[in-house]
Design a protein around this ligand. Structure first.
Ligand code: ATP
Length: 873
């Protein structure tokens, strides 16, 4: 049915509903009938696809080929071992990918939206997925339209439909029936479509289609899913390609040299293939995703919900946190502390002519829930509560002077107006930022402005949030209602000063933020003096160099003038959300990495453009949440800093993982590649290499993700996102640790052969394996010794090393494995020597850290002036 060409009453009839909404029972039945109101994710992988994905990996295919070759030439033992290794690899890969997928699913579920609907004639909030055709939904600025709807009633409603129509201007919507005809989507002015969003005004509407039956559902398969490759993954992919080529070249040389030396071809081939498989870090980008997804899951516990995975990685690079004030730095628990009534406005229709209290009761959008609690914007709730405490009840006054029109609040105008019918004509009441109201006062009021301004400023200086009221009378409701016509020529009614106490934890978080080399900046729509006072209380402003800039001042600055001071501004007051974009670009132009919070619909572009856009979970609009990279579930500034700390930890741990894997792999390459050049036989069999790769890359590598934060993680400057992964001496570390592992392996091989020990290969195999475990243990911290970290501070690592040792011992001592892996039981003294030699890597890495600690005691820490003394690594 073309709902846009039929009257609203007809729409209701055909959907078997009414303006009071569906009953709970009907809604339940329809949900079973029509299914959930959600778009099915066509790209979601099934369990089988995840499994298949493991088995179609290039490296696995190469291994399968190796298993076949061994089988064909009768080396069945190798075939079995390689196949077992393939299966184990696939199982580990599957579990990891499945867990990461589940973690991402859980995050997505948490980020679902809610919609306001009328059920049983009461306003309730339900999950968007539970909407059914026939529901009456209530929409306001900032809402994402939850389903396809036909408007019943609209007030200054504007909708951004660019996601569906590509048209970037906002469309004004009405409830009027369109003349018979065929209209393209963009011209159906009385319809709203799922996924588009309300930028202005309010409306009520009938849900006409849900889920895959909506216009969005029809094109869902065409919608591109977002790219989730992180900067680190991109760098790793490039690096990985280069490394793969290098490893392949080495394998070819190794093969060639072995061939010339007359080594058995099959053995050579298998060893070369195994070496390539083991040394090419093909899984690194995937491991990064897993670490990020699991990190994101853990971040939820700290009330930070990640919407875009790369944000976890980039959190550690933030240098500026630009935050809202209300609710983030303050508690958003408003209370009217003081009011001031101007004698200039009269309300002839009321006996008790307290115009200010009448205006406070009438000019707001608060509603009561079923338990009679006030719901709505906390500033408005506080004002209504105050009026009510003075016996000016909203409900009574609303019945007496019904609202007949309105100009909804928007943060650019910084005010809102309601128009009420009275016996004396139409009463217009405007509430908003006091300075804004002053500009709209009637000429007759100009002389009293200086005095009023002084009163307002002296309260704002103490941190009060100031809200003013003004009004005027009209003989009748005008045809057109625009801010220009209604919000001008006003008479001042009075103002209220509200307190909104700063959050206790925000002070501490600001200090922690500064210690971590991150600059906190407050951006608010509030009065300059209010903002400054709160910024001082919280420590955001702590010296005379810290600047406060207002929106109007900012708009007067040209680019270069702003550029010159942007890094010094700590408070932006009276800014329009649009100016947030300018602040971000100016900071980014100076190579700063900006996190920006936002809640309103106008904040969406800033949230998208910030390096990390952070939306408020409680007060934020859906549009803001949709645009953000991260959502603060508790709207608390301190949570941002906790998230940064986690982000730094996760990034550190990923880097540790890379260090560990790369240095271990380098050790394997050196050992195998160099042995023939010393006239030694190939130290290991192909299955030994594969086993080591499986054992050491698997468990201990994963356990590194559980490593707690480095002690100085919040006392060092942010990670420069432009640095290469080698910036922290990684290349050097890989080189020397790799050479050391290679040298000890070849060393034990040479020594045991020289000493005539028949078990030389088992000893060599075990040294290479245990050296890597020692490396894993020592790599846990970049600087702190493991003894001071405490062995038990990362129990999974302890467990991983324990299990790996036991498995290796089984291979050495169990006849079944002796047979499979061609190993022999070692005597006590042989095992002792093996362990002693293996521990060399651990001691060497610990010694390296000791030297680093002594030569650079305060490396990376911030000095008293807050400047980093050196790069942390
Ligand atoms: P922050 O950006 O820190 O959350 P804010 O709440 O002051 O601060 P906005 O919501 O953009 O920012 O509001 C800007 C100004 O508009 C406020 O300082 C206040 O003076 C005025 N204002 C806020 N809410 C309303 C409202 N519901 N009705 C009328 N005026 C309002």
């Amino acid at each position: 049915m073309d709902y846009y060409v039929v009257p609203v009453s007809e729409v209701a009839r055909s959907l078997k509903t009414s303006p009071t909404g569906l009953t709970l029972e009907t809604a339940r039945q329809r949900l079973t009938e029509y299914g959930k109101n959600q778009i099915e994710d066509a790209k979601k992988k099934t369990v089988w696809q995840i499994l298949l994905h493991q088995l179609t990996d290039v490296m696995i295919l190469v291994l399968i080929a190796a298993a076949l070759i061994s089988g064909l030439v009768g080396e069945l033992k190798s075939t079995y071992v390689i196949l077992t290794i393939i299966i184990l690899n696939a199982i580990i890969g599957f579990i990891q990918e499945y867990r990461a997928d589940k973690a991402m699913d859980a995050l997505k579920k948490m980020a679902t939206h809610q919609a306001q609907v009328l059920r049983n004639n009461r306003t309730t909030r339900v999950e968007t997925s539970e909407l059914v055709p026939g529901d009456v939904t209530l929409l306001e600025a900032g809402n994402i339209i939850p389903a396809d709807v036909r408007f019943i009633e609209t007030h200054s409603l504007k909708v951004d439909e660019s996601s569906l129509t590509g048209e970037s201007t906002n469309v004004e919507k009405t409830a009027d029936t369109l003349p018979e005809g065929d209209y393209p989507l963009g011209d159906r002015l009385n319809m709203g479509y799922k996924g588009t969003f309300v930028t202005n005004g309010r409306a009520s509407a009938y849900v006409v289609a849900t889920g895959m039956n909506t216009e969005l559902g029809r094109i869902a398969t065409l919608i591109q899913t977002e790219e989730t490759i992180t900067p680190l993954q991109k760098r790793l992919a490039v690096f990985g390609k280069g490394l793969s080529v290098a490893v392949l070249v080495l394998c070819v040389i190794f093969f060639g040299v072995g061939w010339l030396r007359g080594e058995p071809i099959l053995n050579l081939l298998l060893v070369s293939i195994s070496l390539a498989v083991a040394a090419i870090p093909e899984a690194l980008p995937a491991v990064v995703t897993i670490a990020l997804a699991l990190g994101a899951k853990r971040l939820v516990k700290s009330h930070a919900l990640i919407r875009k995975l790369p944000a976890v990685e980039t959190l550690g690079s933030v240098t500026y946190v630009c935050t809202d004030k209300t609710g983030t730095l303050t508690l958003n628990k408003m209370r009217v502390q003081e009011i001031y009534e101007s004698p200039m406005f009269a309300l002839p229709v009321l006996e008790t002519s307290n115009a200010l209290l009448v205006a406070m009761a009438l000019n707001n959008d608060v509603v009561t829930d079923k338990d009679d609690n006030w719901l709505g914007d906390s500033t408005e709730v506080a004002l209504v509560q105050y009026a009510s405490s003075q016996e000016y009840e909203r409900v009574t006054l609303e019945t007496q002077f019904p609202r007949i029109a309105e100009l909804p609040f928007d943060s650019q105008r910084k005010c809102m107006t309601t128009l009420h019918q009275t016996p004396n004509g139409v009463l217009c009441l405007t509430k908003g930022a006091v300075g804004v109201l002053f500009d709209q006062l009637d000429a007759s009021q100009q002389s009293s402005i200086p005095d009023l301004r002084q009163r307002v400023d002296s309260m704002a200086e103490q941190g009060y949030r100031m809200l003013g009221y003004a009004g005027k009378w009209l003989p009748e409701l005008p045809q057109t209602i625009t801010p220009a016509t209604i919000e001008s020529g006003l008479l001042f009614i009075g103002f209220a000063g509200l307190i909104d106490p700063p959050r206790d934890e925000a002070r501490q978080a600001v200090a922690e933020c500064k210690a971590a080399g991150i600059i906190p900046v407050m951006i608010t729509g509030d009065h300059k003096l209010t903002a400054k006072s709160i910024a001082q209380t919280l420590g955001i402003i702590s010296s005379i160099d810290d600047l406060v800039l207002t929106g109007p001042e900012l708009s007067k600055l040209d680019e270069s003038a702003f550029d010159a001071i942007v890094e010094k501004v700590r408070v932006y007051a009276r800014v329009d959300p649009e100016q947030k974009l300018r602040i971000i670009s100016a900071l980014q132009a100076r190579h700063q990495f900006v996190a920006m919070t936002g809640d309103g619909v106008n904040d969406a572009p800033a949230l998208k453009n910030a390096d990390i856009g952070i939306a408020m979970g409680i007060t934020g609009t859906e549009v803001a949440k949709e645009a953000a990279h991260m959502i603060l579930l508790d709207d608390n500034f301190a949570t941002i800093i906790k998230a940064v700390k986690h982000g730094r930890r996760i990034f550190d741990n990923i880097l540790k993982f890379i260090r560990y894997i790369m240095s271990g792999n380098a050790g394997e390459i050196w050992a195998i590649f160099l042995a023939p050049f010393f006239g030694l036989p190939i130290p290991l069999l192909a299955i030994h290499i594969l086993w080591i790769n499986l054992l050491t890359d698997g468990l201990p590598g994963l356990a590194l993700a559980y490593e707690p934060s480095e002690r100085n993680s919040m006392k060092r400057p942010p990670i420069d996102p432009r640095q290469t992964i080698f910036a922290d001496g990684l290349a050097w570390f890989i080189l020397w640790v790799g050479l050391l592992i290679g040298a000890t392996t070849i060393g034990i091989e040479a020594w045991s052969i020289y000493a005539g020990i028949g078990h030389w290969q088992t000893m060599t195999f075990t040294v290479l394996c245990f050296s890597q475990l020692g490396n894993a243990l020592a790599i846990r911290s970049r600087q702190t010794s493991v003894f001071s970290l405490g062995l038990f501070s990362n129990k999974p690592m302890l467990g991983a090393i324990g299990v790996s040792i036991v498995l290796q011992l089984l291979i050495i001592y169990m006849p079944f494995f002796n047979n499979l892996f061609s190993t022999q039981p070692l005597s006590a003294s042989e095992l002792g020597i093996t362990l002693a030699v293996s521990s060399l890597t651990f001691w060497a890495v610990e010694l390296h850290k000791l030297i680093k600690r002594q030569t650079t005691t305060s490396i990376g820490e911030l000095d008293d002036s807050g400047k980093p003394s050196a790069y942390p690594y």
